[in-house]
Ligand binder design. Structure first.
Ligand code: ZN
Length: 133
């Protein structure tokens, strides 16, 4: 199957955007019942992660923790001034692999899929590759 692309509009500099229903919609439209889905975001200041989807304080705390881990630092030399965002992107990672079996994404009860914006607001792209197995 060809790569499917969709865009996400972030509204803040740092933000986690839940994309679980969008991925499930693509899986359903393409009738993938058994296989894997690879998610990829072609950006250097964004990422994709899977984490708790129940308590909205968890995404907030993830952003807070990442900002404490990688604060803006006057020693950074990158001219764009967004080195913290580049580092967060590398720490979290720009792709995820999802398992699909019996017509269902094999996420845990509390898991959701999040696009991570670290240098917004911007329009971002997400690439989705479905592979039947
Ligand atoms: Zn930069």
């Amino acid at each position: 199957m060809k790569i499917i692309e969709f865009s996400v509009q972030s509204r803040h500099r740092c933000e986690l955007i839940n994309i679980t229903s969008r991925i499930e919609q693509i899986r359903c439209e393409k009738r993938l019942t058994d296989g894997i889905i690879t998610l990829y975001t072609p950006h250097t200041t964004a990422a994709i992660t899977i984490n708790e989807n129940a308590d909205p304080d968890v995404p907030r705390d993830i952003l807070y923790g990442l900002t404490r881990l990688v604060p803006d630092d006057p020693q950074f030399q990158h001219i764009e001034g967004n080195s913290d965002a580049h580092i967060k992107s590398s720490l979290v990672g720009i792709s995820e692999t999802l398992l699909v079996e019996a017509g269902k994404l094999q996420l845990g009860t509390w898991q959701g899929i999040f696009f991570c914006e670290f240098d917004g607001p911007r329009t971002r792209q997400i690439k989705v590759k479905l592979s039947e197995l």
